[in-house]
Design a protein around this ligand. Sequence first.
Ligand SMILES: Nc1ncnc2c1ncn2[C@@H]1O[C@H](COP(=O)(O)OP(=O)(O)O)[C@@H](O)[C@H]1O
Ligand SMILES: [Mg+2]
Length: 378
Amino acid sequence: MIAAAPGGSADVPAEFLRALRELHLVDADEPVTGQALAGGVSSDIWRLDTCRGALCVKRALPRLRVAADWRAPVERNLYEARWMQVAREAVPGAAPRVLGQHAALGVLVMDYLPPEAHALWKDQLRRGIAQVPTAQAVGTTLGRIHAHAAKRRDTLAAQFDTDRIFYDIRLEPYLMATAARHADLAPALHALVRQTQEHKLGLVHGDVSPKNILVPAHAQAARFLGRPEPEGMSPVLLDAECAWWGDPAFDLAFCLNHLLLKCLWVPPARSGLLACFDALAAAYRPCVDWEPPQTLEARAARLLPGLLLARVDGKSPVEYLVEPWQHDLVRRVARQLLRQPEQQLAAVRAAFAGALEAAAEALAPPAPDAATGSEAPG
Ligand SMILES: Nc1ncnc2c1ncn2[C@@H]1O[C@H](COP(=O)(O)OP(=O)(O)O)[C@@H](O)[C@H]1O
Ligand SMILES: [Mg+2]
């Protein structure tokens, strides 16, 4: 969840103060305090306390805090602000309210969503709480945002003309970098890059990952009590720095990829995570009205193994898979699917689930010998 950076309350960065003043969100002499939020990989992100209440202020970094040298233009902060505005038009509450964006300083100011009222989906999954209604709500929200944007292509395509940024921070570090390590699969991975670039059908978020999704506590409580969810209580999507006019199948595959990988991270939640995979895909599908849903699904099903492999062998491997057998399992399934692509998401999920089951059997302690009560050899 949200926490102060080591050192807690510290000097507020000067750019943040300047941005707040120039956006007329604070007065010139107003005291502003605050603290850095945890989890900022590509940005400095702070909670700032002002006379108008707590604000969340974010500034894109030119170099990401990952092991590989990974640079990205700071104007992505502007596209993030734009994405949030479109998402909120589509689904009220699907993104934080944007209070201002200072283009010259690359600073975005938005509502601060307090941790008492929101859980980070990744934190829930880490604790084994994999709830189907949450996955359904994520699928519906994402689908509604995509459908809303697809109808506004005439204005939005030009506002998210970010081909270069998306290539630099998504297609290159994930798929091209992976192709460089799997030379035999390079043609398949390069074809996925082309597939993604050539289907300019909608507004892509680009980082739909449980670490960027807040689940409102009220909605969760309502679901738990079997009550209708309150209006405006959709999951909140954060971190839209990769926003791009491109292939919406990327977002669907990207999010489903995380649900598969987390089966290896939180083994007791495996069946819940696989149920979330199905629920998210099923909730998304009826929203697809800009093209035949099965066509989009086929692109997502082909892309998903490329993203799986990328999170092990690309420039941004997931931090929670550390055992060599986990990497081998992901490689085995992904490589097989890249060689023989599936057209349905359920088939990709089934291949992954099958490999998990086989690994669980192989890793299980030997069964006691029925006749002697002693452990079987080997
Ligand atoms: N508007 C917000 N209100 C409260 N917390 C937020 C808000 N936006 C982001 N956060 C918290 O800060 C973390 C990092 O923010 P994010 O936008 O994802 O930055 P980064 O691009 O560095 O990952 C999020 O995971 C979330 O915990
Ligand atoms: Mg993030």
